[in-house]
Write a protein that binds this ligand. Structure first.
Ligand code: IVH
Length: 692
């Protein structure tokens, strides 16, 4: 076959692949819309995942068909970005709040008087999330900006692109340029799941889905944002010469373009209809998957909105009615103090049981010493307990008028309730800590629980109760003792038969293969979560180097700041910890990076076939070949349809260049290539999409 025929066959094959990719993309866009916007999926998750994998596979084999709008791009990237500030075209104002039907009635009369003509109101739910402004041009999402100070906000486009209910590409008859605003929300179910994980890791809990959602939106790593499954509701379309005259019609249109618009919207012609909506949704909203904290009432006609205008802070054509947070009054019987793995002491109020939002509340968090002092709490006080968007009820005030006999003033304890050590408070922190790390029972038990956790050493069979039992029986005093547990000793314990004892032992043995980075995480060094542990493992490579690392070397590592560096130094300064580590090492745990981990710096070039051509300034060809392999890629001698990209130096061979052009294969110069692999090594900031 002649060269021309090969080329035309190639073109044909490329064309068919393109068709297949396009069709999968269209199909997956539709399924995303059905699932996330319409809430009515038409295929199973399994089928969806299979199609997604098929598309991912094709896209990685044919990087020339890269498209930032592909459904695969929703997974987010691990690029670190800091946010650019963007000025809003129209300032993002807030709404005036009202708390009673009387105030809503005042609003109605003000509007009536100012307009002096018939008008309609639209009632909507007030979603309790983070407001967002989305800019679309020619049907494509261009930019997503947070409210910020109302004038300027943060450009969080990369993170917002991971939210499945926000269309990257619109369908139907949309204006060529417009802005749409709405709320980003973390569903209750996701919020509960994240907090459960955080509790297990003794990380501070998110107080409510709003905080969790807005925190997520500001994460630097959009792959983590994608995993948090945020949702959205849009409620306001803005722009020049829009093709509708009422707010309600604009929402209907936005829904037809692919946006998630709530069904809980009603056009009201009278104040009574507004009150109906308020009352119905005060109950119904409790069944929604996301948090709401009131309703928003807006004048429907845009021309009438224009007539009414704005005050300095808010529109005169809209108002928010906020639902009362559910409250109850009950008696404070005592305050107890819990000590966690890190030694942090949490005060908890013990209450007379009281019914609140359908559940019986007996305990409420008091957070820290400052909150106790500001409440001026006394034992026996009648206190207000509230459960707003929060999962853990909180005490908001004392019913001073119901204080007949004054009990003892609640004073934050000075000594650890578990071991009697004097508590300390670190500068700038609200919490008190017990410093007796090596002898305070809940701290020891907590550290052991953390060590065996699935994400750390993953030792099965050692749950909280078993650890407690082993600790009480003197068989387990620290994490190293885990490896000297004997099957007969274990089997002798209540509730543990020989089979479970044997399984624990097997699991302990297996944990010796757990890689170094997870061993560091398992040690429970304060502030060293999974990501930090990974960074430390790769920066220092073995435990001795980490142990002797100086402050300057630690803060050089990406994402390690003063607080973590100090904590690592404090950890290794403790002789007890050093002894535990040397025992762990003697039992055969992984205390350095493996050969493979040392060689393989990343898998960023996995499945990539790279052709090197030309002469280079910084490294030799052989060195580049090695780098490609170390990052999981393959070297190839000649350009073909399988080539992912060409690492092109000076004076690249003309034949190769011609072939690359005809196949549409991308050329990377030395700088681009080095940046690409350095990004992987140090979490830098270039986007794969721009290169492939
Ligand atoms: S309309 C001029 N509609 O409430 C502001 N806002 O204080 C017009 N919100 O910042 C906003 N649900 O984040 C509107 N259905 C809804 C809303 C809503 C929640 C938030 C929004 C805004 C805040 C107002």
């Amino acid at each position: 076959m002649g060269d021309e025929n090969i080329l035309s066959l190639q073109k044909q094959r490329n064309y068919m692949t393109r068709q297949e990719i396009d069709s999968l993309r269209r199909e997956l866009h539709q399924h995303n819309h059905n699932y996330y916007v319409l809430n009515s999926p038409t295929i199973s998750d399994f089928e969806f995942d299979a199609k997604m994998r098929q598309l991912q596979d094709l896209e990685s084999r044919y990087p020339e068909f890269y498209d930032p709008l592909s459904p695969t791009q929703r997974v987010g990237s691990d690029i670190t970005t800091s946010f650019n500030q963007v000025t809003h075209q129209y300032p993002m104002l807030s709404l005036a709040n009202t708390y009673s039907e009387g105030e809503v009635s005042d609003f109605y009369q003000r509007v009536q008087k100012a307009l002096n003509e018939d008008f309609e109101l639209v009632c909507e739910l007030k979603y309790d999330g983070t407001s967002i402004s989305l800019i679309y041009e020619n049907g494509l999402l261009q930019r997503a900006v947070t409210r910020g100070d109302g004038v300027k906000g943060d450009d969080v486009t990369a993170n917002v692109k991971t939210i499945r209910s926000i269309p990257l590409q619109l369908h139907g008859d949309f204006p060529s340029k417009f802005e749409i605003r709405g709320e980003i929300l973390m569903p209750w179910a996701v919020f509960d799941e994240i907090n459960k994980e955080r509790e297990a890791q003794e990380e501070p809990l998110f107080a409510n889905p709003r905080n969790a959602g807005s925190g997520t939106l500001k994460l630097q790593n959009s792959a983590v944002v994608a995993s948090r499954k945020l949702d959205s509701f849009l409620y306001s379309v803005l722009g020049e010469n829009l093709p509708f005259t009422t707010h309600f019609d604009s929402l209907l249109a936005a829904s037809s373009w692919g946006f998630k618009i709530s069904d809980a919207i009603r056009v009201c012609k009278s104040l009574d209809e507004v009150f109906d909506f308020i009352r119905v949704w005060d109950e119904e909203r409790k069944n929604l998957p996301v948090a709401t904290d009131g309703i928003v009432i807006k004048v429907n006609q845009f021309s009438q909105q224009k007539m009414l205008g704005f005050t300095a802070k808010s529109p005169r054509w809209a108002i928010a009615y906020k639902y009362q947070a559910e409250k109850a009054v009950t008696r404070l019987n005592s305050v107890s103090y819990q000590v966690g793995r890190t030694g942090a002491v949490t005060p908890v109020a013990n209450l007379d049981p009281v019914l609140l939002s359908g559940t019986t509340v007996k305990r409420a968090s008091l957070h820290n010493a400052d909150i106790i002092a500001s409440l001026d709490l006394h034992i026996g006080d009648m206190v207000y307990v509230e459960k707003g968007g929060e999962i853990i009820p909180k005490i908001t005030a004392v019913a001073v008028d119901q204080r007949f006999m004054i009990g003892d003033k609640v004073q934050f304890i000075k000594k650890c309730p578990e071991c009697g050590s004097e508590l300390i408070r670190y500068e700038g922190e609200a919490a008190h800590y017990c410093p007796n790390e090596n002898a305070c029972p809940p701290q020891i038990k907590g550290r052991i629980e953390h060590f065996v956790n699935r994400k750390a050493m993953n030792i099965d069979g050692l749950g909280g109760e078993t650890i407690n039992l082993l600790y009480e029986n003197g068989l387990l005093k620290n994490i190293a003792d885990i490896y000297t547990l004997k099957v007969p000793d274990l089997a002798r314990l209540e509730r543990l038969g020989p089979k479970s004892a044997q399984n624990i032992k097997i699991s302990c043995e297996k944990s010796k293969e757990v890689p170094f980075e997870r061993v560091i995480f398992a040690l429970g060094i304060r502030f060293a979560g999974e990501t930090v542990a990974k960074k430390l493992a790769h920066a220092f490579r073995d435990i001795e180097s980490l142990e002797h690392a100086e402050y300057e070397a630690l803060v050089q590592v990406d994402e390690i700041g003063d607080r973590i560096a100090q904590s690592v130094i404090r950890y290794f300064a403790d002789e007890n910890n050093r002894e535990i580590i040397s025992r762990l090492k003697s039992y055969g745990l992984q205390m350095s990076l493996s050969e493979d981990e040392l060689l393989q710096k990343s898998d960023k070039l996995a499945d990539k076939v790279v052709v090197i051509s030309g002469t280079f300034r910084y490294y030799s060809r052989d060195e580049y070949k090695k780098m490609i392999e170390q990052h999981g890629g393959k070297n190839a001698g000649s350009v073909s349809s399988k080539t992912s990209f060409i690492l092109a130096g000076e004076n690249m061979g003309p034949e190769k260049l011609k072939k690359a052009e005809s196949l549409g294969i991308q050329l990377l110069n030395e700088d681009e290539f080095l940046k690409l692999i350095q990004k992987e090594k140090e979490g830098g900031n270039i986007q794969m999409g721009t290169l492939f």
